[in-house]
Write a protein that binds this ligand. Structure first.
Ligand code: PLP
Length: 371
């Protein structure tokens, strides 16, 4: 999608795909399956152990494999759970600016989006606002909270204290909690991702686990979103029954399951190389912006390959449109992430330093050409 959506002279830096070659263990596993004609329905029974091996090593936490379920992708997992546990017309709280499908997939599912915006400090850093979340969850007919952790597009990795505050509020309000941890494998040096279900919850709020589902995937970390496999992790046996009941709607692609198991079991060295490159790229981006676009605000992400750029001081009505038309570079328009993102753009830096430099050079030239 990334390289074919726009004309050939447009440099794409929008959708969340990286430009890195596929990890060898994933190629081998997929080749082997195809080689023996193994293209039937999936058997995902090994996924829980494969994910546990990865999560144990990276996060010091091993979920009960009986609580881990395959999904076709993260958003389908979220929407199926929402369908099962919340009534039609109920409100779901999200924290804009946030991943655009959080808005439209919930709306398409007949649910109301209730906004509890992140708070932006003077330095441009975003924070969860517990008072706003609490107020939003107190609204009439609000049934669930969908938290993005790490957060797209701001790149924030939430602390154990942030997550404990979320747990306290959700327990008190009696709502369901869904946590999208798709970017977790990509926590960058200096940040520690804490899986929500690994939290040592206060006994007073422990029962929240009965209403908590988390979602993750190898699709961002290992760049395989087209293979269609995500994971849902139930917080409790009761949640596991919800996921088991929806099994037919949650069938992943068999090749996706094969690739995902290979990623979690054997993809560590490849992932480490990517994390090193992204760490370099986020620093390089700061330097490139300082020289080509000094008016743009940027706080380097703590996770993943997405940079959230504050273009308000450029004085452009539609920054992403200007970068596309005048610079031939495709970025994600900030307004897609909610009203709060207007005049921001999201830049995908999951590419080579050379292309990153060309992207920012073109953005700078675009601004020059219209001013
Ligand atoms: C926060 C978040 N959730 C979900 C997705 C989509 O994942 P999937 O393709 O598994 O539905 C993305 C993709 O970029 C994302 O950033």
């Amino acid at each position: 999608m990334k390289w074919t959506r726009y004309p050939a002279d447009v440099l794409p830096a929008w959708v969340a795909e990286m430009d890195f070659d596929l990890a060898e263990p994933i190629k081998d596993a997929v080749r082997e399956a195809i080689g023996i004609g193994d293209c039937g329905y999936p058997n995902a029974l090994g996924l829980g152990d494969a994910y546990g091996a990865f999560a144990g090593e990276r996060f010091g936490w091993i979920p009960d494999p009986r609580h881990v379920f395959a999904t076709p992708d993260v958003m389908t997992g979220i929407v199926e759970v929402i369908h099962e546990v919340t009534p039609h017309g109920s409100g779901i709280v999200i924290n804009p600016p946030v991943y655009p499908p959080f808005f439209y997939r919930l709306q398409m599912s007949g649910r109301r989006v209730v906004e509890a915006p992140l708070r932006r400090d003077a330095g441009g850093r975003y924070h969860l606002d517990p008072a706003a979340v609490d107020a939003a969850l107190a609204g009439d007919g609000v049934a669930a909270y969908l938290l993005c952790s790490p957060h797209n597009p701001t790149g924030r990795v939430w602390s154990p204290d942030d997550l404990a505050a979320v747990a306290e509020i959700c327990a008190r309000r009696g709502v369901f909690l869904l946590v999208d941890e798709i970017h977790a494998p990509l926590a960058l040096p200096g940040a520690t991702h804490v899986p929500f279900l690994s939290l040592d919850l206060d006994p007073a709020v422990w029962e929240l686990r009965r209403r908590t589902f988390t979602f993750t995937s190898a699709s961002k970390g290992w760049n395989i979103p087209g293979l269609k496999c995500g994971l849902a992790v139930a917080g409790h046996d009761e949640d596991a029954r919800v996921l088991a009941k929806r099994w037919e709607a949650l069938l992943a692609s068999h090749i996706g399951v094969v690739a995902t198991e290979a990623a979690f079991r054997q993809g560590g060295p490849w992932l480490d190389a990517v994390l090193g490159q992204l760490d370099e790229n986020r620093g390089l981006l700061a330097k490139l912006l300082a020289s080509h676009l000094p008016g743009v605000g940027y706080v380097p992400p703590e996770a993943s390959f997405l940079a959230w750029l504050d273009c308000r001081d450029l004085g452009l009505a539609d920054p992403a449109g200007t970068f596309l038309d005048a610079g031939r570079v495709a970025l994600s328009p900030g307004g897609d992430f909610g009203e709060q993102g207007r005049a921001f753009v999201r830049l995908n830096m999951g590419t080579s330093p050379a292309l990153l430099e060309e992207i920012v050079r073109r953005m700078g030239a675009a601004v020059q050409s219209v001013s």
